[in-house]
Design a protein around this ligand. Structure first.
Ligand SMILES: Cc1cc2nc3c(=O)[nH]c(=O)nc-3n(C[C@H](O)[C@H](O)[C@H](O)COP(=O)(O)OP(=O)(O)OC[C@H]3O[C@@H](n4cnc5c(N)ncnc54)[C@H](O)[C@@H]3O)c2cc1C
Length: 339
């Protein structure tokens, strides 16, 4: 059997390694856009305060996976799935190729979500979702330090979990940070009001300048800086980052008629409406309509699917108990997280 996995995040790599342990004979291939290796996405939130991040964030090289007899096509984009022929089309280092699969696992993760009102200004802001994004932002930060001999001034849009983690890390790294939030308290989806207040006080002490109830009208270039225009006036910074949640990468599945809503729709066996295609990780939407977009449940899904596809497990996947915790420097919630 040839199992092809699209994606080299925790979902794809955990599955591949576990399946290889359970089955020595089957062929396993990972296809990925990445070329840095398998890295820890949660560690991106320490990407500015840790100087060794570009090395320490890599959990495993693709070479180490190949030594386990797992084929890895890096710098490769899957452009199309052909469900009838059971093949996929890729564009990679060797140009266009077609590969045949017996089982396909879509573990394509998620991109940063860009709210529709910001889309016309896409050239004027950055996103913070991948190691590629982090490396690009660190290069800008270094350039400002080298050329202007000062710390970078950042404007972060979005006071949710990632926006707060990122803002706190930039402030700890010594940069000047302003956080624009549309609501009137931080992390309102995850925290009770009392903990939002506690978080605000931690953020202000770092210091992060938190601005609430911000209705952003446009994001414009202003020389080599960027201007955020709100109803109240305008605000200039070196870099604007939009951090407003995530969007599962469902496009490949949708192109071939697999049902997708927030994520790719799967049954409790992580199987799509095509019996040969399974989903894992941020992109998987379970029958209770939930996405389990956190490390612990994703790892659990991947280990379960490896056991299931190797014939060692027959019961369906059950989500484990887990708790999401924000990695804001110096903050600990007093109450349980709401979601
Ligand atoms: C800044 C940040 C901090 C986080 N902190 C935490 C935390 O503290 N705790 C926690 O539990 N979770 C955290 N998360 C969420 C967690 O990292 C994700 O839930 C998890 O990494 C998702 O893993 P995945 O394997 O599903 O997808 P991903 O890690 O997104 O991997 C998907 C892979 O698919 C590849 N891919 C996509 N499309 C294609 C294509 N067409 N062709 C080829 N390759 C493709 C991508 O390049 C990537 O390698 C954080 C996320 C971010 C962004």
């Amino acid at each position: 059997m040839h199992i092809i996995i699209i994606g080299s995040g925790i979902a794809g790599v955990t599955f591949a390694e576990k399946f290889r342990l359970l089955s020595v004979k089957d062929e396993i291939t990972i296809l990925t856009k990445e070329n840095y290796g398998y890295y820890s996405r949660p560690m991106l939130s320490r990407g500015f305060s840790r100087s060794d991040i570009e090395q320490s964030i890599i959990i495993k090289s693709f070479g180490a996976l190949r030594k386990k007899n797992i084929s890895v096509y890096e710098s490769t984009i899957v452009t199309e799935i052909d469900r009838v022929a059971q093949t996929i089309h890729i564009q990679g280092e060797k140009g266009a190729e077609t590969l045949a699969y017996d089982r396909l696992i879509i573990a394509t993760g998620s991109a940063a979500f860009i709210p529709p009102p910001f889309r016309p200004f896409r050239d004027n802001f950055y996103l913070f979702n991948s190691l590629h994004d982090l490396i690009e932002l660190r290069q800008i930060q270094k350039k400002i330090l080298d050329e202007k001999k000062r710390a970078t001034e950042w404007a972060i849009i979005g006071g949710g979990l990632i926006g707060c983690e990122l803002s706190s890390d930039l402030a700890v790294a010594g940069d000047k940070v302003s956080l624009f939030h549309a609501e009137n308290r931080l992390m309102e989806r995850q925290l009770v009001a009392e903990d939002s207040l506690k978080l605000l006080s931690v953020m202000q002490s770092l210091p992060v300048d938190v601005k609430f109830e911000q209705a952003i009208q446009s994001i414009e270039k202003a020389g080599d800086q960027t201007k955020i225009i709100t109803q109240e006036g305008h605000f200039v910074s070196d870099v604007v980052i939009v951090s407003c949640g995530f969007k599962p990468r469902t496009e490949l599945a949708e192109q071939v008629g697999l049902e997708a809503q927030r994520g790719i729709v799967a049954n409790q066996y992580l199987q799509t409406s095509d019996e040969h295609i399974f989903v894992l990780g941020d992109v998987a939407q379970l029958p209770n309509n939930k996405l389990y977009a956190y490390i612990l449940p994703i790892r659990n899904q991947a280990l379960w699917l490896a056991s299931y596809l190797s014939g060692q497990e027959t019961a369906c996947w059950q989500p484990p108990d887990f708790k999401a915790v924000a990695k804001v420097h110096g903050f600990e919630a007093d109450h349980p997280y709401v979601s």
